[in-house]
Design a protein around this ligand. Structure first.
Ligand code: SF4
Ligand code: SF4
Length: 418
C-alpha cells in the first residue's frame, strides 16, 4: 500500500454514512485543523465528518456522490501544514476506559462500517437493551472480485486490527471474538493468528473462498451456525459483525484520538494504467487519485465505486471525492463491458437457486416492472442484500438488482412515512 499525495483541496460531503445527513458546523472563511469536525447532526443514526487537512473553508456547495444525487459538501483548501486539531491526541489506557466513554469516542470519530455499508459503528456498539451479544465477528472475507484493500489492511496492521476487535468486544460485553478470512488469503490468516496469539478469547478462521462469503448474515452462519431471521439484525442471534477496516479505525480513534479521515482504496481494473492500493485521505478528489495511478487507459468504458458485484457505476469521477465507504475504484475497458438488451423472464429459476437469502428475484423484479411495490414487499424484497448473484446468472440479462433496489427504496420510504 502506498500513501496518496496530500491533496491541495478536499471535498468533505455531509453524507458518508447510512442515516441522517450532517450539516456543516463551519462557515466559508473558517480556518480548520486536520481532524477537526466540519459536519454533524443530533440525529440518532448518523456520524460526524472531519477535515483531512488543515487549511481554510473556501466553499460550501454540492458535490457528486456515489448515491447518484448531489450532496452538500465542505470544500477546504489545504495550507500544506497538516496541523492536527487539539482534540486529536493519544488517550490513556483504553482497558481502563468506561463503556460509555468508548462509545462516545467512536461516535465522535465518525466511524462507520468500512466494508461498504457505512452504518455508524457506535450504533452497533449499543445493541437493543436486554440483548446479549456472544460474539463479535470481524469480517476479513473481502469476497468481491478485484478488491484487495481489506487484505492489505490485515497484512499491514494486524496488531491494530486485533486491538480494535478487543475494544469492540469490551464495549459490547462480548466474551468471544472470531475473525473470518477467506482461504485465498493465507498470509492474512497467519498475520492475524500471530497477532491474536496472546488472546484465548479470539479465534481466526480460514473460510472457503466463495461469493458472497463476506455478507454479514452469511458470516454469522458460517462462523457460529446461527441463522439471522428474516428482517432481523445479527444481534438477534447474539452476534455483531464488523469489517476488519472498521476494527482498525476503532483502534485509531480510541488509542490515538484519530477520527476517520483516511482509508485504503483499491484502484484497479484493466482501464487503469497502474493499479494499486493507496492510503487516501477522505475528501481527496478522485481525479487526483486516478492521476496518481497513471491515469485511465484510452478505451475506458465503465467506472464502478466498489467491486463489480455490489459497486455503483458512475458516469464520471469529476467533482467526486473519496469518502469513508470508497473501498475501490474499478475501471473497466470496452473489452470487459458488454451491453445487453433486457429480455423477458423465461422462468428458469436460476436466480432463485443462487440467491443466498432464499428470496425469489424473478417475482420481485416482475412486480417492480409493473409498479406493484406492495407485492414486491410480500416477496420479502427487503431481505435482498444486493449481492448481484441473481443478475449475474440471469440468461435474460434482467436488471434484477436495480429493480430490487427500487423496491427497497419504495418500501423504506413508505415505512418511514408510517
Ligand atoms: S441481489 Fe439477487 S441474489 Fe442477491 S440477495 Fe438480492 S435477490 Fe438474492
Ligand atoms: S434467472 Fe432471469 S430468466 Fe431465469 S427465472 Fe430468474 S429472472 Fe427469469
Amino acid at each position: 500500500m502506498v500513501p496518496a499525495r496530500p491533496p491541495a483541496l478536499v471535498i468533505i460531503p455531509m453524507v458518508q454514512h447510512t442515516g441522517a445527513p450532517c450539516e456543516p458546523v463551519v462557515a466559508v472563511g473558517d480556518e480548520v485543523k486536520k481532524g477537526q469536525k466540519v459536519g454533524d447532526t443530533q440525529a440518532f443514526i448518523s456520524a460526524p465528518v472531519h477535515s483531512s487537512v488543515s487549511g481554510k473553508v473556501v466553499k460550501i456547495a454540492p458535490c457528486n456522490h456515489p448515491l447518484g444525487r448531489p450532496v452538500k459538501a465542505v470544500y477546504i483548501e489545504s495550507d500544506g501544514q497538516d496541523s492536527w486539531h487539539e482534540d486529536v491526541r493519544p488517550s490513556q489506557d483504553w482497558e481502563k476506559a468506561g463503556l460509555d466513554e468508548l462509545k462516545k469516542i467512536t461516535r465522535n470519530a465518525g466511524i462507520v462500517g468500512m466494508g461498504g455499508a457505512t452504518f455508524p459503528t457506535h450504533i452497533k456498539l449499543s445493541p437493543p437493551p436486554g440483548t446479549k451479544i456472544d460474539y463479535v465477528l470481524a469480517n476479513g472475507c473481502e469476497c468481491e472480485p478485484y478488491l484487495t484493500s481489506d487484505h492489505r489492511a490485515m497484512l499491514e496492521r494486524p496488531a491494530d486490527m486485533i486491538t480494535g476487535l478487543r475494544i469492540i468486544m469490551k464495549t459490547i460485553g462480548a466474551p468471544k471474538g472470531c475473525i473470518g478470512v477467506e482461504d485465498n488469503k493465507p498470509d492474512a490468516v497467519q498475520a492475524l493468528k500471530n497477532a491474536a496469539a496472546d488472546y484465548s478469547d479470539i479465534e481466526v478462521h480460514a473460510l472457503h473462498t466463495k461469493y458472497p462469503q463476506g455478507a454479514g448474515n452469511q458470516l454469522v452462519k458460517v462462523l457460529t451456525g446461527r441463522e439471522v431471521p428474516s428482517g432481523a439484525l445479527s444481534s438477534a442471534v447474539g452476534c455483531v459483525v464488523q469489517n476488519v477496516g472498521t476494527c482498525i479505525a476503532v483502534a485509531d480513534a480510541v488509542c490515538f484520538g484519530k477520527p476517520l479521515i483516511e482509508r485504503i482504496v483499491t484502484i484497479t481494473g484493466s482501464g487503469i494504467n497502474e493499479p494499486k492500493n493507496m492510503l487516501v485521505r477522505v475528501g481527496t478528489p478522485m481525479e487526483e487519485v486516478i492521476e496518481q495511478c497513471g491515469g485511465f487507459k484510452p478505451n475506458i468504458r465503465k467506472i464502478i465505486l466498489g467491486g463489480p458485484m455490489m459497486g455503483l457505476a458512475q458516469p464520471t469521477v469529476e467533482n467526486f471525492p473519496v469518502i469513508k465507504g470508497t473501498s475501490g475504484i474499478l475501471c473497466l475497458t470496452n473489452l470487459d463491458v458488454e451491453l445487453y438488451d433486457i429480455r423477458p423472464c423465461i422462468k428458469c429459476a436460476k436466480c432463485v437457486d443462487v440467491c443466498p437469502v432464499s428470496i425469489m428475484p424473478l417475482f420481485i423484479s416482475s412486480a417492480v416492472e409493473h409498479g406493484l411495490y406492495d407485492r414486491a414487499e410480500s416477496y420479502n424484497a427487503m431481505d435482498c442484500m444486493e449481492c448481484g448473484c441473481c443478475a449475474y446468472v440471469c440468461p435474460a440479462k434482467r436488471p434484477l438488482v436495480q429493480w430490487g433496489r427500487m423496491s427497497k427504496a419504495d418500501i423504506a420510504a413508505k415505512r418511514a412515512k408510517k
